[in-house]
Ligand binder design. Sequence first.
Ligand SMILES: [Zn+2]
Length: 276
Amino acid sequence: MLGRRRFNAAMNRSLAIAGKKRVGLLKFAALLSCTALMGACAHAPSTHNPMATWVPSPNFDERRPVIIVLHATEQTSVQQSLKTLSTANSGGKVSAHYLVGDDGHIYQLVDDSKRAWQAGGGSWGAITDLNSASIGIEIDNERGEAYTDAQIAAVIRLLGDLCTRLGIPRTQVIGHSDLAPTRKVDPGARFPWKTLADAGFGRWPQGELVDPPAGFDPWLAMAAVGYSLDDRAAAVRAFHRHYRAQDDGNDPQATFDAEDLRILHALNARVVAPAP
Ligand SMILES: [Zn+2]
């Protein structure tokens, strides 16, 4: 938009010139009015609902994310990922708020208050539009490769900053495959969720694991944690990647074992009765 002050200054200059060159004024004024019109047309369309009377209030701020989604880039270098996350590529436009290199360097690509295109379709608990609700962190990692200590330390520092600054609960840190178990496997079975849990991030079973009581329903426990039950084998595979460091591939028969049930029971206890 052409600023009002600059517009006035330009108009004053044009009037001074016009004293000497009156013929040129008409052309210049016409140009300025066109520019002003173009500026008006370039305004973003109003988001005020025409059904309602607009009575603006100053009492608002930016929407705030409530969950953090961790990804693996599954690419060969941070430079390749920076390009992918800031351009249109063969897979369409994608982005993330942050990218953490394997040397621990943190890049930011999208403002925290904006909606990056990173989570796509899926759900976590009652959240069905994860892009609107989340901060996305990409971690430079080829599939199956170990994460470096430097980048996990950087991720933990970044999580601390985001949770503190944006008021995101520290338990609300999940993997892409947790919210989209039928489509995604990142950040993968080698991601050190336990290290994050030891630093206070994510949901992790606390205390000694014990067998659940009779009548324990692992699917209710899965849903209470946040997993979608639309494809139960896919949900189990995602659970195994997150809590057992186990990659089941595409096993359509993936199911729980006794240790899974103990973990789910402990997680469920945390969900139902979180520690003070
Ligand atoms: Zn991802």
